[in-house]
Design a protein around this ligand. Structure first.
Ligand code: MN
Length: 204
């Protein structure tokens, strides 16, 4: 039985144009994201089979596969809701205050998140996350879907830096994709995620 399911897009695929093409959104959601959901479910099944057989010869591969696929599912699910046809502008309220407190200014945060996303080497993501041990916002550069992150950090705003995320529209100019992303950023969604994350007590 499937543990993970592909969420519906919160808008029609073409709704984010001209900033993000409907062709990319449809492929990205229906093919790429769907593959991560299937991969996570398949890997759980393979782990159960390994336990049943008492054969853990492939457990390292399965462990990596699970981290990769479930993290891909999580990041893409957040990514879709982080964008809106009515997006753009700036955050307000507590999120705006926290960004100023932890980064100095909105512009400084935006510049750092842009830089980590554009400068991903190979495949990865840029992410604004809530780091619950120090109770602060931080920016992380995620490798693949699951590497180079602090354990416990909660992603609030994520930007896909894989070539499949932008190449059909922006070709090799990833910076233009990230620039366009800021026109469709759904700050109310990021603020909701921030409020939820901040309400959870630190793990250590
Ligand atoms: Mn992607």
């Amino acid at each position: 039985m499937a543990v993970y399911t592909l969420p519906e897009l919160p808008y029609s695929p073409g709704a984010l144009e001209p900033h993000y093409s409907g062709e990319i959104v449809a492929l990205h959601h229906d093919k790429h994201h769907a593959a991560y959901v299937k991969g996570a479910n398949d890997t759980l099944d393979a782990m159960a089979a390994a336990r049943a057989a008492g054969d853990f010869a492939t457990i390292n591969m399965l462990s990596r596969s699970f981290a990769f696929h479930v993290s891909g599912h999580v990041l893409h699910s957040i990514f879709w809701t982080n964008m809106s046809p009515d997006g753009g502008g700036r955050p307000e309220g507590d999120l705006a205050d926290a960004i100023t407190e932890h980064f100095g200014s909105f512009e400084a945060m935006q510049a750092q998140l842009t830089a980590v996303t554009v400068n991903v080497q190979g495949i990865g993501w840029g992410a604004l996350t809530w780091e619950p041990v120090s109770s602060r916002l931080v920016i992380e550069q995620i490798h693949d879907h699951q590497g180079n992150v602090g354990t416990g950090s909660v992603p609030l705003l994520v930007i896909d830096s894989w070539e499949h995320a932008y190449y059909l529209q922006y070709k090799n100019v990833k910076a233009d994709f990230v620039k366009a992303f800021w026109n469709i950023t759904n700050w109310p969604d990021v603020a909701d995620r921030f409020a939820t994350a901040r309400a959870v007590p630190p793990t250590v």
